[in-house]
Write a new protein. Structure first.
Length: 198
């Protein structure tokens, strides 16, 4: 677990000011804020073949204006599991709670980010992974903007399923003679240091 203090400043953004029926577009340092937060991460090994992971980020964001100040919360989880035939299964999940901005907030629904199946061949020189990204759940967000005399809420649903095939091959490289020479030089330096200490 680690606490933190995050500052944001000197970020110029677009701001709408609504006064009755008139709206004005201004450019200002809209993102100046201080966040008092913490981050918690944990992992363990279960049964020698499954490793669950969990992380949580939380904090209070202060914009210097009670209208925009508030708590933020986000969760992340996942696991890695060893299967028969040297297969590895991985999955990642997340939940974005209220994410504050200078003029409102947004949040997202729980989302399965990735489910991947991978295997190494030829002493893990060849690595093949098949992954399904954002395949099982849609991402739903809600954005609320509240300023004096104006309030709006926008809801959206995004579907971005994809299937990816990742292949990596690691070639051997380098000179064995050079490695042997470096090892010999290191041994000689150790012997010289030992002789000097005597």
């Amino acid at each position: 677990m680690e606490p933190y203090l995050a500052f944001r400043k000197d970020i110029i953004g677009e701001r709408y000011a609504v006064d009755g029926a008139a709206s004005n577009r201004l450019y200002d340092n809209v993102a100046r804020s201080v966040k008092y937060g913490g981050h918690l991460a944990a992992t363990t090994l279960i049964g020698g073949f499954m490793m669950p992971m969990f992380e949580m980020d939380w904090g209070y964001v202060d914009y210097g204006n009670p209208l925009y100040n508030g708590m933020e919360l986000a969760f992340g989880a996942g696991f890695e599991m060893e299967l028969p035939w040297d297969l590895t299964l991985e999955a990642e999940f997340n939940y974005q709670g209220k994410s504050r901005r200078y003029n409102g907030y947004e949040y997202g629904s729980p989302l399965i980010e990735t489910i991947a199946l991978s295997r190494g061949f030829f002493r893990d020189k060849l690595y093949v992974e098949l992954s399904m990204d954002q395949f099982f759940l849609n991402e739903k967000t809600e954005e609320a903007i509240t300023v004096p005399n104006y309030c709006s809420t926008t809801r959206s649903e995004t579907k971005m399923p994809s299937v990816s095939l990742f292949v990596r091959y690691v070639f051997s490289g380098g000179s064995k003679k050079l490695a042997q020479q470096e090892e010999r030089e290191s041994l000689m330096e150790s012997e010289e240091n030992a002789a000097q200490r005597k």
